[in-house]
Design a protein around this ligand. Structure first.
Ligand code: PEP
Ligand code: MN
Length: 286
C-alpha cells in the first residue's frame, strides 16, 4: 500500500481564534466615530437619513430634521446598488459633495456606501463611516480594501448570508488591520413576501455570543414598509442592538428610492422617543 501524506492546512486556517471572536477579544468592542459617537457601549446610537442623496436641498433639509431629532450621524447613498439598471443610480461624486455640504451645515457625521474598489478611497474622504452594502457582503476585494482604511466600516449582512458567512466577511476587514467594524442586520430572504425582507432579530443574541463587534439593525430595508419600521426598531433595541440605521425623507412620496419605507421627520421623532423608553428599560441610554 502506498502511504499518502496528509495535506498540510495553510497557516491562516490553523489559527485558533478568529479576530471577530470573543476568544480573541473577550470584552465588547466600542467603535468610536470622532469624540462624541460610539457604537457598542451602553449608548444605543441611531443613524438616520435618506436612502439616496437626491439633491442638495433634499439632503440638507433632511439632515436638519435628523439633527433636530437629536441624531449625530446622517446616512445617504451617493452610489446606489439598484436591482434595475434603469433605476436612479445615485449622484456619485456630486452626491459626496452634497454630503460634505450637509456635514458643514449641521455638524452631523456621515455614513455612505462604497460600491467598488476604484471609488472606495474617494468615498472614505467624505465618509466618517464607510458602508458596505448587503449586495457586496462577499465582494472580497472590496472587503480587503475596506480593511486597509483608517475609518470605521459598517458591514451589512447579505440577504442570503448565514451567520458564519457574515462573520467571516467581517474577518476579511479585520484581518487587513481595520478593527473598527460594525455589523448590520438588514433582513434576509425567506419564503414569505408579506414584507420586503424578514428582519432576522434572532441573529442578535447569537452574534452577541460569538463576537465582540457592535451590531446594529436596519428596520427600513428589513421590512420595506414605513408602518413596520417603528415597531421593529423597538424590537431591535429590546433584543440588544447597539444601534439602528433608518431611512428618513422630508417628502417620502417624492423619494427617488425607497419612499415606501422612509419615515417622515415626525415619525423619526416618535421612533427616537419610543426606542429611548425601550433602551432605558434594559439599562441603556439613547
Ligand atoms: C442602503 O442602506 O442604502 C442599502 C442599499 O441597504 P442594503 O445594502 O442593506 O440593501
Ligand atoms: Mn434604501
Amino acid at each position: 500500500m502506498v502511504a499518502t501524506a496528509t495535506p498540510k492546512k495553510p497557516e491562516a486556517e490553523k489559527k485558533a481564534a478568529p479576530l471577530y471572536s470573543l476568544e480573541s477579544h473577550p470584552s465588547p468592542s466600542v467603535v468610536k466615530v470622532g469624540e462624541d459617537v460610539a457604537f457598542g457601549g451602553r449608548q444605543v446610537t441611531i443613524i438616520a437619513g435618506p436612502c439616496a442623496v437626491e439633491s442638495r436641498e433634499q439632503t440638507v433639509e433632511t439632515a436638519r430634521h435628523v439633527r433636530d431629532a437629536g441624531m449625530k450621524v446622517l446616512r445617504g447613498g451617493a452610489y446606489k446598488p439598484r436591482t434595475s439598471p434603469y433605476s436612479f443610480q445615485g449622484l456619485g461624486r456630486e452626491g459626496l459633495a452634497i454630503l460634505e455640504a450637509a456635514k458643514r451645515e449641521t455638524g452631523l457625521k456621515i455614513i455612505t456606501e462604497a460600491m467598488d474598489v476604484d471609488e472606495i478611497a474617494r468615498v472614505a474622504e467624505t465618509a466618517d463611516i464607510v458602508q458596505l452594502g448587503s449586495r457586496n457582503m462577499q465582494n472580497f476585494s472590496l472587503l480587503k480594501r475596506a480593511g486597509q482604511l483608517r475609518k470605521p466600516v459598517l458591514l451589512k449582512r447579505g440577504a442570503s448570508a448565514t451567520l458564519d458567512e457574515f462573520l467571516l466577511a467581517a474577518e476579511y476587514i479585520l484581518s487587513e488591520g481595520n478593527p473598527d467594524v460594525i455589523l448590520c442586520e438588514r433582513g434576509i430572504r425567506t419564503f414569505d413576501n408579506h414584507s420586503r425582507n424578514t428582519l432576522d432579530l434572532n441573529i442578535i443574541p447569537v452574534l452577541k455570543e460569538k463576537t465582540h463587534l457592535p451590531v446594529i439593525v436596519d428596520p427600513s430595508h428589513g421590512t420595506g414598509r414605513r408602518g413596520s419600521v417603528i415597531p421593529m426598531a423597538r424590537a431591535a433595541v429590546a433584543a440588544g442592538a447597539d444601534g439602528l440605521i433608518v431611512e428618513v425623507h422630508y417628502d417620502p412620496a417624492s423619494a427617488l428610492c425607497d419612499g415606501k419605507q422612509s419615515l417622515r421627520p415626525s415619525d423619526l421623532r416618535d421612533l427616537v422617543r419610543q426606542c429611548r423608553g425601550v433602551a432605558e428599560a434594559i439599562g441603556r441610554t439613547l
